[in-house]
Design a protein around this ligand. Sequence first.
Ligand code: SF4
Ligand code: SF4
Length: 191
Amino acid sequence: MKAGSDIEKIDSGFAREVASASGADLFACYQCEKCTNGCPVTFAMDYGPHQIIRMLQLGLSEELAHANTPWVCASCETCFTRCPQQIEIPELMDHLKHRVLRQGEKPVEGVIAAFHEAFLDNIRRFGRINETVLITAFQLRSAKAGKGFDAKEAFRNLKLGLGMLKRGRLAFVPKKTGGKEAVRNLFEKKD
Ligand code: SF4
Ligand code: SF4
């Protein structure tokens, strides 16, 4: 967070907590909308990034817990690059996603959340992506998330996976990485 922030002046415990945990200086935002105008996925979002910041400033925690925006965010960093105040919106979106998961609430975008969790679990276990395990874990988690088991999609993925295996683009046995412990430690540090 930048020095001289007005954060202490705002009477919103929720906003203060999110700002401090995510490192995003929420109260430096003056609603210019440059973030939202550059975001490539606003068409699929309930609220644009600038609206999410405003909702945070106002302490609308309930509405934020049910917004799909953090789940739809692709972490492309366009908003951060365009923001005149250098507000770290991608980190903010990540924080909001983890907050929902930590509180045991059901994510509004169950399938995206299933991928998010399968992806992070994969990195935590192997220190790098193992696509074969990731695809299988995602298939199982998304079925559990309410989508149900889609036999057609599973068959399509299996066919695709076999083709990739044949071309050496997938590995059954995870490749070893020297930084496995370091990666695990990063997960331990994450709030
Ligand atoms: S670009 Fe930055 S200052 Fe402008 S609305 Fe977005 S977050 Fe706020
Ligand atoms: S990081 Fe997320 S919110 Fe920001 S521009 Fe990319 S998709 Fe949009």
